[in-house]
Design a protein around this ligand. Sequence first.
Ligand code: MG
Ligand code: ZN
Length: 385
Amino acid sequence: MKFKIIFSLLCIVATLNTGCKTQASINTQNAAKANADQTPKNIILMIGDGMGLTQITAAMISNGYKLNLEKMPITGFHKSYSSDDLITDSAAGATSFACGVKTYNAAIGVTDDTLAVQTILEEAQDAGKETGVVVTSTIVHATPASFISHNRNRNNYEEIAEDILDCKADYLIGGGKKYFDRRKDEKNILDEMKKNGYAVSTFLETDPENVVVTPGKKLFYLAADGDPLSVEQGRNYLEPLSMKVINALSQSKDGFFLMIEGSQIDWGGHGNNIKQVVTETIDFDKTIGSVLDWVNKNGETLLIITADHETGGLAINPGSTMDSLVVSFATTHHSGTLIPVFSAGPGSTMFSGIYENTDIYHKMRHALKYPKRTQPKILNVSAKK
Ligand code: MG
Ligand code: ZN
């Protein structure tokens, strides 16, 4: 008898428990759907070039097994392959995010047939949003170039610089001054940009800490003549200038689109240089910490953090400790592993799961409630020049 009562009680408890769990999972599902239905006013897309899971893990361990990245509430993965290679390059990778098309390695904002495709940054501008790009490579490098220009080949830096002249982005920050003012065709694109309303500021004149970013006033800050310094060499502008740009963009009535890139994580991978991988990833993560704090306070911004691909085939090997990593690299090129995606803010729950790199573009447009596209929007400009 006693046994029967206990058994019945257990059954009741079990039923209640199951009931509660079901209700809890329904609540979670409802919350995820409500989040997915929200329309963000702003989007910040952060790309750690070459930042695969092992780069993140190595930086995390080297930083006391903690990163700001782990505060991101939603995680997913994308498939990074390009149209002509299982192993993507940064041009095809960035074009997939910017334009929603799988294209060939070296393509900058163009289809497989070298037709220019409207980028999400250009579409956001057309919708009245202000825009910006902040990177630690040259501004004409593959990742930023794929959002603000169109070219059949990533190595055509001077053509890309000329195309950036017409990009209308409000804030541009990166290196590569020489592609604008010491060109083979002897044009001075910096002078042209000044005519287009940009305040042009360079590392030669201004310490990044002193750069003034004024709401409503276009700025082109050139951090270096060619490639900006590495963190180890003293580069320190990614976090402060990203935040200054965000504060200026936040004054925009119709919102903004901003792309921030930690460009040199990739270069550490190519060089099989674990110290550079770690210091560049931690620099990117420091920026993530400040951006996420702002996003959490703002409440109207969708933040997406991902990489274009992994670089180096990095492994953390037996013999590693919390204080000292024993690593190896499988290659000096990129690898083909799945790439993590982290998101926060309105619309962020859409970014859980496993999907194509091009879906990042489609999910961003979906979040902004832009009309559904089945074909890329081909622009009436020549990417061949
Ligand atoms: Mg890059
Ligand atoms: Zn690379």
